[in-house]
Design a protein around this ligand. Structure first.
Ligand code: ADP
Ligand code: ADP
Length: 228
């Protein structure tokens, strides 16, 4: 089944703002889909519905062909990466990345080796004992990605994760994300308002427009921008 099906889901917030008109969208397993559009077109709202963080006003969604409460299959897991890294400032990098495993009751020794692998994936293996404030903005974002990857998700949902970073750091993280997607066979849904980023990263661009929030068109890109 597809990773995600959005079946005519719409969203009207309690203050009356219609953030999304009914959306039809399918994300197949292994795709890298970007949601592209101006501020206010409902990208975040759509991504949060996909994460089951926001309930649609009407219409529905399916995850791997089931409703959210019945996903249940092992290895069908989604994670959400917010725009800012939201790390615990009082805890070292290792403890930050291990948090989801601690919450899930994963034993310490297994947890530590999974943390080591996740930190290696984002190139921060030498920073496990640092505190967040000792790291640059780009490195803190990598820690937050490691914290997402440590759960071994199949579906990675990212809400403008590199939007606050300078262009050089952002290009580097974009490239690393593409490598991860390729190696781990992840499914990714990525919100951006950068045309460059959407074309560079995705297998498909979903172009949205505002007032009211809707999908204008979808552009299929055979392969993400060729890698060296
Ligand atoms: P984008 O991510 O494309 O910038 P959003 O999904 O954040 O757009 O917002 C879409 C519209 O819904 C905007 O008009 C925004 O002001 C409104 N909106 C978002 N969240 C809420 C909320 N919790 N309550 C009321 N209106 C909201
Ligand atoms: P910013 O987000 O502030 O632009 P970067 O993430 O590019 O910063 O990193 C800032 C500094 O930290 C650079 O000097 C860079 O060499 C160093 N740095 C970043 N990541 C690593 C890493 N994995 N290993 C060693 N040094 C790193």
């Amino acid at each position: 089944p597809p990773a995600i099906e959005v079946l005519g889901a719409e969203k009207v917030f309690s203050n009356g703002v219609r953030a999304l008109t009914p959306i039809e969208l399918t994300v197949n397993q292994g795709e890298f889909v970007t949601l592209l559009g101006p501020s206010g077109c409902g990208k975040s709202t759509l991504l949060k519905m996909v994460a089951n963080l926001i309930e649609p006003t009407s219409g529905g969604l399916m995850w791997w062909g089931r409703d959210y409460d019945h996903v249940g299959e092992p290895g069908k897991k989604l994670v959400f990466v917010f725009q800012d890294p939201t790390l615990m400032p009082w805890a070292r990098v290792r403890a930050n990345v291990r948090l989801p495993l601690d919450l899930a009751g994963v034993p310490k020794s297994e947890g530590n080796s999974r943390v080591d692998r996740a930190l290696a994936m984002v190139g921060l293996e030498r920073f496990d004992a640092s505190y967040p404030r000792q790291l640059s903005g780009g490195m803190q974002m990598r820690v937050s990605i490691a914290r997402a990857l440590v759960t071994e998700p199949n579906l990675l949902l990212m809400d403008e994760p590199f939007g606050a970073l300078d262009e050089i750091t952002r290009n580097k993280l974009d490239q690393d994300l593409l490598d991860l997607w390729f190696e781990k066979k992840l499914t990714v849904v990525f919100v951006t308002h950068s045309i460059y980023e959407s074309v560079f990263l995705s297998t498909r661009v979903v172009v949205m427009a505002a007032r009211p929030g809707r999908v204008l068109r979808e552009v299929v890109i055979d392969e993400p921008y060729p890698r060296d």
